[in-house]
Write a protein of this length. Structure first.
Length: 472
């Protein structure tokens, strides 16, 4: 296995944060002497420490492991050959000297060149589509998904003020779960003069919910089942009654006005809706008394399996915390369509593409809960359950539009879950050895490997054929 040395990058990261070696060591839970060895490339970087760095300093692991001199030199040589650089081209010795003596300047140069190329490509694409109406801000915008993911992660997936607002509203409108639809409809009508109407799918123009502020009508598609109709009403109620709160929560987030801020408000309104429909204390109490039986939670609060799973990830109130869970949702192609995390399970943050994880098998057994004990390459162990989540079928085209969801926790919490009760946790043979994804996973001899790891070279020998084409 090739060793990964990141001394210059680690030193740069520490200096950017204005930390001493002792302060960085305290943050990462290692000794100052070990930091010194790492910075001087006298020790290689382990996967566990790589993940700790990524979490503690909110940086992409690729930015850490990709800072090898050979890669940087190759990239610099490629860039400098661009025809836009007229005149003499620096030779190899000059380029190496630049990397050795001015690595940050080289990084900034390459970043600038990357922005230049990306901007040109986007201008060309927009030009073929009929203009650049989005302007320069749109060309350089970070994706809304990344911005929202970072925002929720920075708040540990818990928003106390939204929880309190939901509890106060529930106190004003006390009701049982089966009465919520009527109560929400009445509040919208009496306090806001807003009516709710169902519409045929054909009349909704591909939408599930449309709020017309001029007519003061919320149109809900017939494609929504009862649980999702209730959820959408609670969502709209949040946007109407608590817009100021949403503005305050995002005021210092650094998210600029526009699509990204709007998306963030949508997700916060979803959070509020879940908090209103599944109140914190009653939901936590039922969860603990039923050993986190999700079907029981779904039935008690009249919510779907997926909605109950998602709510479980938010039970992080100081002094009244539930089991810290991660939640992941994928489609049939393995694309991650939703993710929330209150654990150290990096797969929930970086992707769910490991085929050894049985979330991908859930599509073979619709509706069945699949438990699994898993072990990451760094030795951390987790307990997960996976199951399909159905979408409403309203015609032939929408049949079998299933997704798969997974909920998991660290092994030390597994004893609190009824799903793990029948298993011998001490049996090492129970654990499936999964990876974060193939690009980052250092496992050797894995028959499911699909990509070469980013930060290591797998052994290749022409005289031997291994389990995959990537190693012997």
């Amino acid at each position: 296995m090739a060793k990964t040395f990141v001394g210059p990058r680690l030193r740069q990261l520490r200096r950017e944060r204005k930390q001493t070696q002792a302060e960085m060591a305290k943050t990462l839970g290692i000794s100052p002497g070990y930091i010194n060895l790492l910075e001087n490339n006298q020790r290689s970087l382990s996967v566990r420490l790589l993940m700790a760095l990524a979490d503690a300093y909110q940086v992409d692991w690729r930015d850490i492991v990709h800072d090898e001199t050979s890669n940087l030199l190759a990239e610099l040589r490629t860039v400098i050959r661009d025809p836009m650089f007229s005149g003499g081209v620096p030779d190899l010795q000059e380029l190496r000297a630049a990397i050795d003596h001015a690595p940050r300047l080289v990084e900034q140069f390459l970043n600038l060149y990357g922005i230049h190329r990306t901007t040109l490509e986007r201008i060309m694409r927009q030009g073929t589509a009929g203009g650049t109406a989005g302007g320069p801000e749109g060309l350089l915008a970070t994706s809304a998904e990344a911005v929202i993911h970072d925002f929720f992660r920075n708040h540990s997936n818990y928003f106390h003020r939204l929880e309190i607002a939901a509890e106060q509203l529930r106190a004003e409108e006390p009701c049982e779960s089966d009465d919520v639809y009527t109560v929400l409809k009445a509040r919208l009508a009496k306090k806001h003069r807003i009516s709710v109407r169902l519409r045929a799918v054909e009349e909704m123009t591909q939408a599930l919910r449309v709020y017309d502020p001029g007519e003061r009508i919320i149109y809900l598609s017939e494609a929504l089942d009862h649980r999702n109709r209730v959820f959408q009403m609670a969502h709209v109620l949040c946007l109407i009654e608590f817009q100021n709160l949403l503005d305050e929560l995002t005021a210092n987030s650094g998210i600029p006005k526009g699509a990204r801020l709007t998306r963030c408000h949508v997700e916060l309104a979803n959070y509020f809706a879940a908090a209103f429909l599944m109140p914190y204390e009653p939901f936590l109490r039922v969860a603990e008394s039923t050993a986190y039986d999700i079907d029981r939670l779904s039935a008690r609060f009249a919510m779907s399996f997926e909605q109950a799973c998602h709510r479980l990830t938010t039970l992080q109130r100081p002094g009244a915390q539930g089991v810290p869970f991660f939640f992941l949702r994928i489609d049939k192609a393995g694309n991650v369509t939703k993710r929330f995390n209150s654990t150290s399970f990096h797969l929930a943050e970086y992707g769910g593409a490991c085929p050894v994880w049985n979330i991908h098998l859930a599509f073979r057994t619709p509706g069945a809960i699949l438990p699994q004990f898993v072990e990451l390459p760094d030795g951390d162990r987790f307990f997960t359950i996976s199951r399909t989540a159905d979408r409403p079928a309203i015609n032939l085209e929408t049949q079998d539009h299933r997704l798969a969801v997974a909920l998991g926790c660290e092994l030390k919490y597994a004893s609190k879950l009824g799903y793990a009760a029948s298993f011998n946790i001490d049996d090492n043979l129970k654990f499936s050895r999964i990876g974060i994804n193939c690009h980052l996973c250092p496992r050797q001899a894995c028959s499911q490997r699909a990509h070469q790891p980013v930060f290591m070279e797998l052994p290749i020998d022409t005289a031997r054929r291994g389990n995959t084409r990537y190693e012997s």
